[in-house]
Design a protein around this ligand. Structure first.
Ligand SMILES: [Zn+2]
Length: 156
């Protein structure tokens, strides 16, 4: 991932949608990570941003359309952020042996996800539970029932 000491191309749209203090935030746009403050980026935070990089490259229309959806659709934003925060926490869990330190990080991440920065899309308690849970979210665990056999393509 390329890291740029500056602002993303869609900063104005971000500022219209969310109360982010752009001086201290990080922004992933495509394969570029914008770091306006030039602050140190811990590895687990890189894992978070790399998740957004993958989401954007897989999204139809690429980073441009991903960001439009992210800024206008709260449930999409929550879904994408939960993936990123869960990956971040799972990485930190492997790296941090001290349970108290890990628990503090979990609370920091949950506070952030439940804050107005993301549009207050989840409660602190729910954020903590969903970031740290090993289980897949119900919406992903379901929808895997096999198709009826009548739907199978006919053999020639
Ligand atoms: Zn994020």
């Amino acid at each position: 991932m390329k890291i740029v000491h500056g602002y993303p191309p869609n900063l104005a749209a971000i500022n219209r949608a969310l109360p982010i203090d752009e001086r201290y935030a990080l922004f992933t746009y495509g394969n570029t990570l914008y770091n306006p403050s030039g602050k140190y980026i811990p590895e687990h935070l890189m894992v978070h941003e790399e998740t957004h990089e993958r989401q954007q490259s897989a999204f139809e229309g690429g980073p441009d359309q991903w960001w439009k959806r992210y800024l206008t659709n709260a449930s999409f934003r929550l879904d994408q952020e939960l993936q990123a925060f869960r990956a971040q926490y799972a990485f930190a869990k492997r790296e941090i042996a001290d349970r108290k330190q890990l628990s503090r990080l979990a609370h920091v991440l949950a506070s952030k996800l439940s804050s107005p920065i993301y549009g207050s899309i989840i409660s602190l308690r729910q954020a903590l539970r969903r970031i740290t849970s090993n289980r897949m979210t119900p919406s992903r665990a379901r929808h895997h029932s096999p198709k009826p056999s009548s739907r199978l393509p006919r053999s020639p």
